[in-house]
Design a protein around this ligand. Sequence first.
Ligand SMILES: NC(=O)c1ccc[n+]([C@@H]2O[C@H](COP(=O)([O-])OP(=O)(O)OC[C@H]3O[C@@H](n4cnc5c(N)ncnc54)[C@H](OP(=O)(O)O)[C@@H]3O)[C@@H](O)[C@H]2O)c1
Length: 235
Amino acid sequence: MQILITGTSKGLGSGLAAYYLGRGDSVYGISRTSNEMLDKQLGFHFLAQDLSDFDAMAKTVPGFFKKAGNFDLVILNAGLLPEIKDLKDCSLDEIAPVMDVNVWSNKILIDLLISNPDKPGQVVAVSSGASVYGNRGWNAYSISKAALNMLIKLYAAEQPETHFSSIAPGLIDSGMQDYIYSMPHDPRFPSLDKLKEAKTSGEMPAPAEAARIFAESVIKARGEESGSFLDVREM
Ligand SMILES: NC(=O)c1ccc[n+]([C@@H]2O[C@H](COP(=O)([O-])OP(=O)(O)OC[C@H]3O[C@@H](n4cnc5c(N)ncnc54)[C@H](OP(=O)(O)O)[C@@H]3O)[C@@H](O)[C@H]2O)c1
C-alpha cells in the first residue's frame, strides 16, 4: 500500500510509519523535522514541511504527492497542543496556529488529494477525546479537534469514493503527554491529574504499541459509516 502520514518525526506518527514500513508498505511522511530511524528505511519518503505555512505547502506538497502517484491510505496525524489554560485567557493570535495545524492544513492536504483523478481509498484524521469531552483548560485544542471531526464528516458527504473517519487514538506516552506531566498541579484542571496518573500507572502505551492499536482501528473504521467519529477505546 501507498500511505501518507503527517507528523512522522515523533510520537504516534513515527510509530505508525514504522508499523506500516514493517509490513512492506511505502510511507510518505511530512513533518518539520525528520526521524533518523525512519530516514534509513527503504520505502520511506520524507517531506520537511511546516504544516502551518500554507504558502510553502502550495509549492512543496503537490510535487511530493506526484512522486507517490496515489495513496491507498492517508493518516492526518500532525497535531499541536497549546498551553493548557482557560479559553478566556487565550488570544485569537494564540488560537490561530492551533487551528492552522490541527484543522486547516488538513483541508489543504485533502483538497490536493481529491483533485487527483485517482482519489485516496481511505482518509483517517487523528482526533481526540478532547473533541467531545469539553474538559476545562483544553481551549483551542478541543475546538480544533471538534472542528476536525466536522471537517471529516463534511468531506465524507462530498466525496463518496473515499472512506473518511476521525479516530481518537486514546492516550499515548508521547511528547504531548510529557508536557502535561510537567505541568504543576492546578485545581482548575482536574483532567491533568488523571493524565499524570495514567502516565505512571501503565495505562498509557508507548507510540509503537499505540500505533499498532490505531492501525487495527483504521481497518475496523472501514466497516463504519464514512464520516464517523470513532474512539479506539470503544472499537
Ligand atoms: N498523546 C496523546 O495522548 C494523544 C491523545 C489524543 C490525541 N492525540 C493526537 O495524536 C496525534 C499525534 O500526537 P502525539 O502525541 O504523537 O504528538 P507529538 O509527539 O507531539 O507529535 C506531533 C507530530 O506532529 C508534528 N507537527 C506538529 N506541528 C507541526 C507543524 N507545524 N508542521 C508539521 N508537522 C507538525 C510533529 O512534527 P515536527 O515537530 O517535527 O514538525 C510531530 O511529528 C495528534 O494529532 C494529537 O492531537 C494524542
